[in-house]
Write a protein of this length. Structure first.
Length: 260
């Protein structure tokens, strides 16, 4: 699959708004780097930026289009770039994590295309976190936004430690994305070792009764079920399955501790 076919095959609403502008700059850099035309993926394909007629950023909330795999992918690349640069340095392990996760999700060829785009997005220094997140919040469903936060914590933890700057940046992103503090703390707890993590993952207090624990488990299992992101494709269900396993493990831990 050529680069132009990949970038145009599965993008919907992300061709517009601030995300579309970021993509446009990144694609422009890629085209410039291939100016000799020999390996230019856009040669004979037309201008991919001219095919933006499908969506507009100002779509009303009740008319929210379904997020396609490419929309999620591009959103992830931009937010990953923001988080990686949060602590003022870019650790190679974090970059390798991004690449490996994309290989796992999309296969080597598509991952190579994605990482090429990511490197050019990463060079941009004037990306507005707020504007990007507000577009995602307006256009992307809640379950997919939760999946974004889970992936961002994975990137931050790739070098072994989530720094305070990275955590603060993810918290800011979560707020802009309309993620509640309880949902944020639930996902965050999946990346830390603490005796209270099981309670945080299930979004309950330590004083919760056995019945409340069971009720919380059913609620969280429904919220994090992989089928919630089935519209993004099987490649993104894998990440959702990890969250689902964490909920199951938290519940089993409390079952053992409370003996019910």
């Amino acid at each position: 699959m050529s680069f132009s076919k990949w970038i145009g095959a599965s993008l919907g609403w992300s061709f517009g708004g601030p995300i579309g502008a970021i993509i446009g700059l990144a694609l422009g850099s890629i085209v410039d780097a291939m100016a000799d035309g020999k390996d230019n993926p856009f040669l004979g394909q037309g201008n991919p930026q001219q095919d933006r007629r499908r969506t507009t950023y100002r779509t009303q909330p009740h008319q929210r289009p379904q997020t396609q795999s490419g929309d999620f992918e591009v959103s992830l690349l931009i937010l990953a770039s923001i988080v990686i640069k949060a602590d003022g340095k870019q650790d190679q392990r974090e970059l390798d994590f991004v690449r490996q996760q994309f290989v796992n999700m999309y296969g080597k060829e598509r991952a190579n295309h994605a990482f090429t785009l990511f490197k050019n997005i990463n060079k941009q220094s004037n990306i507005s976190t707020r504007q990007v997140c507000l577009q995602i919040k307006q256009m992307m469903d809640h379950s997919s936004r939760l999946q974004l936060i889970h992936f961002l914590f994975g990137i931050a933890k790739a070098d072994g430690t989530v720094t305070s700057d990275e955590e603060r940046q993810i918290y800011t992103i979560a707020g802009y994305l309309g993620i509640s503090s309880r949902d944020y703390e639930s996902i965050k707890a999946m990346f830390y070792n603490s005796q209270e993590n099981a309670y945080k993952i299930l979004e309950i207090d330590k004083s919760a009764t056995n019945d409340e624990i069971k009720k919380a488990y059913r609620k969280m299992a429904k919220k994090y079920h992989p089928d919630k992101v089935i519209h993004l494709g099987k490649e993104h269900q894998k990440g959702a399955e990890e969250k689902f396993r964490q909920v199951q493990m938290a519940y089993e831990q409390l079952q053992k501790e409370q003996r019910f």
